[in-house]
Design a protein around this ligand. Structure first.
Ligand code: NAD
Ligand code: UD1
Length: 331
């Protein structure tokens, strides 16, 4: 039986591929390569000495997607495919709705038609908007702060309102906090396109000399050191949560936060990076970035209790692995 990974050539999908290869679990990757290329999958093929079935297909192309469901005995689907740049979604809301929401609708139609047993959707902590309380649990109210956030809420609703997912499929909605890090001493990792928006990819650009300093967006928040707090989760811990979710065949929908459950400030991240990698991170304090929330971290009790998942990596591991990956890229 085979698992279909939509968007499997991207950052999280390629790490999922690595874990599935480790477990010798059959899978097929579908990706339209709008935000990736096949380089990460190729590296995995070389490392594991195994071919990864890959098809360059857009999930909105229903007839091509149907050939995948027909050709492979797909019994589970992990739906990573989507555009994820918050700023871009503000400038191109229609593109984002069409790619993310309409794309998911097309996929869901096939998932129902082919009676798929397990379905996992990549949602985001962005659905919670500005936190009303901390740590954020799964019952926290939802509020979109961008078209991207609205897409995630809309897709969750498509799933929740569909009787198939409630009664005939083991369905998991995973709300990721801030995935970072890399696999196996940096064999694969995150390759951002253009100037990175997110903290770790930009920080790596600084230590590798692409950018002169890290811009720290605000040090006047009401936090321990004034810089904003996030819940950074190692990407291998994140994909392990998917593996555990795949193994749970309970019918119906479960929603889980996937985060470390620990808040880390921007300054703490810089210090941890410097300490573990023995390298200085030049930075400058800048004005706050529009749309940023002060603090956001998960209550991850539910996934711990129900799926027995626990993060194995701390912030030093995250910084070490991300740096190792950026060093590999230079070779
Ligand atoms: P990514 O951009 O690296 O991977 C997504 C992949 O989907 C890309 O390879 C892209 O080419 C592909 N894709 C996009 N639209 C497609 C379409 N219509 N048809 C086929 N393929 C398509 O992003 P990622 O970080 O790996 O994120 C994976 C999922 O997790 C996304 O849904 C994202 O919204 C969600 N998520 C990511 C984060 C994060 O910080 N990385 C946080 C929360 C949620
Ligand atoms: C951002 C998105 C969010 C998305 C998440 C994961 C916004 C407003 N939010 O969240 O919707 O789900 O990415 O992809 O874009 N920082 C700096 N300097 C930098 C970059 C970031 O100081 O160069 C700070 C930010 O102010 C923030 C923290 O680092 O406090 C983390 O930023 P980032 O990695 O972009 O993630 P989020 O803001 O949590």
């Amino acid at each position: 039986m085979t698992t279909l990974l939509t968007g499997g050539a991207g950052f999280i999908g390629s790490h999922m591929s690595a874990l599935l290869l480790e477990y010798e679990h059959d899978f097929v990757v579908v990706d339209n390569l709008t935000n990736s290329d096949v380089s990460q999958l190729k590296k995995l093929e070389k490392f594991f000495k195994k071919k990864i079935p890959f098809h360059k297909i857009d999930i909105r192309d229903k007839s091509s997607m149907k050939t995948i469901f027909d050709r492979y005995e797909i019994d589970s689907v992990i739906h990573f495919a989507g555009l994820k740049a918050v700023n871009e979604s503000v400038n191109e809301p229609k593109l984002y709705h069409d790619n993310n929401v309409v794309g998911s609708e097309c996929l869901i139609e096939l998932v129902c038609k082919y009676n798929i047993k397990n379905f996992i959707f990549s949602s985001s902590a962005t659905v919670y908007g500005e936190p009303v309380y901390l740590p954020i649990d799964e019952d926290h109210p939802l509020k979109a702060m961008s078209p991207y956030g609205q897409n995630k809420i809309d897709i969750e609703k498509l799933i929740i309102d569909n009787p198939f997912f409630n009664t005939r499929c083991a369905t998991k909605i995973l709300r990721y906090f801030n995935p970072v890090g890399a696999y196996n001493n940096g064999l694969i990792g995150e390759i951002p396109r253009g100037i990175p928006n997110n903290l770790m990819p930009y920080l790596l650009g600084v230590v590798n000399g692409t950018y002169p300093y890290l811009q720290v967006f605000g040090d006047d928040y009401k936090t321990n050191d004034g810089t904003p707090i996030r819940d950074y989760i190692h990407v291998m811990d994140l994909v392990e949560a998917h593996l555990m979710a795949l193994q749970d065949n309970k019918l119906g929908i479960d929603i889980y936060n996937v985060g470390n459950g620990k808040g880390v400030s921007v300054m703490e991240m810089i210090k941890a990076f410097e300490k573990v990698n023995k390298i200085e991170v030049p930075y400058k304090i800048m004005p706050r970035r529009e749309g940023d929330v002060e603090s956001c971290y998960a209550n991850n009790k539910k996934i711990g209790e129900v799926l027995n998942w626990k993060a194995k990596h701390n912030i030093s591991d995250i910084c070490k692995d991300a740096y190792l990956f950026s060093q590999q890229l230079k070779k």
